[in-house]
Design a protein around this ligand. Structure first.
Ligand code: ADP
Ligand code: MG
Length: 319
């Protein structure tokens, strides 16, 4: 449904996007996760045709946005970071205005009534927008994005500035709306993306860092990439033996945990349990315990935010 290839964008002095590629199938709900300044809004503005890229292409349903911008825009409902609301209009007046602006070819009153019902703003449709709460204004923004029944929805940080109850409601709404549509939602909150999306792309400094199915990325938390070991014997020797094992990238000694036994944490690019076992079986040093430590998506994301991880993966995502 959506194919993004090699997007690059430089603002004066800032490389905002550096070779971003990914594709989405019909019905996917993708979470675009990254700290402030990562490039989320820039990517969304390019996909929706509001900003042009320096290079790269965007295809929606097989059509390049540059080839037929009008037709492509018709397929996309967009809720930008700052919703384009006219504060002095009533909700109904605003939606009718946007309906005409978008040249939607459906029976107007019925279509707007249906959308208002879907996002639960029927009760406030006669109210002036500026008198609504932030949560309701966000719903009106969503209603605007849904005009014309676009198969693709792009929502830029839709819960920013809402209170916890409103956040829960908007997330539920997005999940419901997303059942029949392809959705890209951006957020700087991992918990939000995990709650709403079935696929995740983590982006930082204009590059894709990680991508995959939410379930799978969350499950990598149970991998053997980090392990806690308790080994009996002289720590200097044990430490250097561990360091020499193929695949182990980091060894930390955490001190004596019982007499003559020391605790270690090791990090590795793959499962090294068997190698560790064999290496020590030949010696007088005894492994008393070997336990994988959970490396959660939360840790990965925190590492990214704190700058410990940078563009580690080739920048292509095929989820
Ligand atoms: P995000 O939405 O993830 O917070 P943005 O896409 O807004 O990130 O920004 C990506 C980078 O591009 C940031 O470094 C930001 O400062 C820069 N940027 C965004 N918009 C502009 C602009 N209009 N002019 C100059 N730099 C910009
Ligand atoms: Mg943004």
């Amino acid at each position: 449904m959506i194919k993004v290839k090699n997007l690059t964008k430089t603002y004066v002095g800032t490389k905002a996007l550096d070779n971003i590629s990914f594709s989405l199938n019909d019905g996917d709900i993708l979470g675009f996760l990254g700290p402030n300044g990562a490039g989320k809004s820039t990517t969304m503005n390019i996909i929706t045709g509001y900003l042009s890229a320096d290079s790269g292409t965007v295809e929606i349903d097989g059509t390049d946005i540059l080839e037929d911008p009008t037709a492509v825009k018709r397929k996309i409902g967009y809720l930008p970071e700052i919703p384009p609301l006219y504060n002095d209009m009533t909700v109904q007046g605003y939606l009718e205005f946007m309906f005409k602006l978008k040249k939607v070819r459906l029976p107007m009153k019925e279509h707007i009534a249906k959308i208002c019902n879907m996002v639960k703003i029927t009760g406030v449709s006669g109210r002036i927008i500026k008198h609504l709460s932030k949560g309701y204004r966000q719903r009106v923004g969503l209603a605007q994005a849904l005009l014309g029944e676009p198969p693709v929805l792009i929502l830029d940080e839709p819960t920013v500035g809402l209170d916890p109850q409103q956040i829960i409601e908007i997330r539920k709404l997005i999940r419901d709306i997303g059942k029949k549509r392809t959705v890209i939602l951006s957020s700087h909150l991992l918990s939000e993306i995990q709650a709403v999306c079935d696929k995740i792309i983590i982006i930082n400094k204009g590059k894709i860092i990680t991508s995959g199915l939410t379930d799978e990325l969350t499950a990598t938390g149970k991998s053997t990439a980090r392990m806690e070991l308790v080994i009996e014997g002289r720590p200097q020797q044990v430490y250097s033996m561990l360091e020499r094992i193929d695949g182990i990238t980091k060894v930390i000694e955490h001190g004596e945990c019982e007499k003559g036994c020391y605790e270690y944490v090791i990090e590795s690019g793959r499962d090294v349990r068997r190698l560790v076992f064999r290496a020590f079986a030949k010696t007088d040093y005894n492994i008393l315990s070997m336990k994988p430590v959970s490396v959660s998506l939360e840790d990965t994301y925190l590492d990214i935010i704190s700058g410990k991880t940078e563009g580690v993966k080739d920048n292509v995502s095929d989820i």
